[in-house]
Design a protein around this ligand. Structure first.
Ligand code: EPU
Length: 335
């Protein structure tokens, strides 16, 4: 059932060449339970959109490829529960919800990766995070082989965070996710200036959820590289949060610095701006580089190794720390 020496290049959006000593693609829960009963130290690979692989993988690699989606029956007037299996491609799933005129996921259009990993880092974009529409997920506990349900409160969602990245890391395999969407009277989120600019450009005054999705797709395509064309893993760093005192000092020196207020005591600064200020935007070192339109995104121009990307990231971390006294945090999982 396991295959030997499989290249992982097609399985990670960074397009890094690395090998799995043994590899299995799993398409059913039964098979998953079967394998988990025999192997406790698996490396779980899903859409491969949030990993940087820096070495060949010796543990057995389990590619989670369980497909399926369905609309769950319920009596509520304006709510629909939609369930998708972990291996469903995220963006195709979002488009399918929109075709059914279900609202809630439109702002999360075109995010790379699969449904199963979306709750892990509470994916978010343009004013919406998965926690806003998440109902529950089903996960397999590796130790016991049993299935467990996690509701929204059980997941401890935060900014690009969940319980599955922290105390439960490596303990569960997410099998399916159920979202709570709207059937009509959709709550649109057009708070991001870029969305409004895009809608205005097309002269759309009363946008539908599909219009918003199209606007998001246009914005993302204009500044985020398509992983099918150039390897990348989206934002490589998280946006750092600084204290109000540190923010005031920085603002004196950099009056044009963009920022978002998180609370009375905390300010979030766009990491992309910090990286750009340090002169990295558009820079290329061999086949590893910093994207020319969004400095938060590191790219593989073809044959970069995971370590070349990681060294570039370390160089950026050090330079930002020296110049701004801010320690950026890497968002991508380094393997
Ligand atoms: N900026 C720069 N230079 C750059 C990039 C950004 O000065 O090279 C400035 C922009 O001018 C703007 C601010 O930084 O004032 C914010 O930029 P942007 O709207 O592009 O968003 P971001 O904070 O860089 C975050 C998410 C993205 C998400 C967008 C939109 C994180 C780590 N990243 O990026 O998520 O799509 O907001 O909501 O929170 C991802 O997680 O992979 C991802 C792409």
């Amino acid at each position: 059932m396991f295959q030997k020496n499989i290249s992982l290049k097609p399985y990670n959006t960074f397009g890094i060449e690395a090998y799995a000593e043994s590899f299995v693609s799993v398409t059913s829960i039964d098979l998953l339970q079967n394998i988990v009963a025999k192997h406790k130290h698996l490396f779980i690979l899903s859409g491969g959109s949030n990993v940087l692989i820096t070495k060949n993988i010796r543990q057995p690699v389990l590619h989670l490829n369980i497909q399926g989606k369905d609309i769950q029956k319920n009596k509520e007037e304006n709510i629909v529960f939609v369930k998708a299996m972990a291996g469903e491609n995220w963006h195709e799933f979002v488009l399918w919800t929109l075709e059914n005129n279900f609202g809630g996921l439109e702002n999360l259009s075109l995010i790379p990766g699969n449904v199963g990993t979306s709750p892990m880092q509470n994916i978010g974009a343009y004013g919406v995070e998965i926690k806003d529409v998440f109902y529950k997920l089903e996960a397999l506990e590796i130790e016991s082989g049993k299935l467990k349900t996690f509701y929204n409160n059980d997941c401890n969602f935060g900014y690009r965070e969940s319980v599955f990245k922290n105390i439960l890391k490596g303990k569960y395999i997410i099998i399916s996710v159920t979202f709570q969407l709207t059937k009509n009277k959709h709550k649109l989120n057009t708070s991001y200036g870029a969305i409004q600019t895009e809608l205005k450009k097309k002269n759309i005054k009363n946008p539908s959820i599909k219009d918003i999705s199209n606007a998001i797709i246009a914005i993302r395509e204009s500044k985020l590289p398509n992983p099918k064309k150039i390897g990348n893993s989206g934002s490589f760093f998280k946006n750092p949060v600084v204290s109000i005192d540190q923010f005031k000092d920085l603002e004196k020196e950099y009056p044009n610095m963009p920022y978002y207020k998180v609370s009375d005591k905390a300010i979030k600064i766009p990491a992309g701006w910090l990286v750009e200020q340090c002169g990295f935007k558009g820079k290329r070192f061999g086949d590893a580089g910093v994207h020319r339109d969004q400095a938060l995104v590191l790219v593989n121009y073809g044959n970069a190794t995971g370590n070349e990307i990681l060294n570039l990231a370390k160089n950026i971390l050090q330079t930002v720390s020296n110049q701004f006294k801010i320690d950026l945090e890497i968002e991508v999982n380094i393997i």
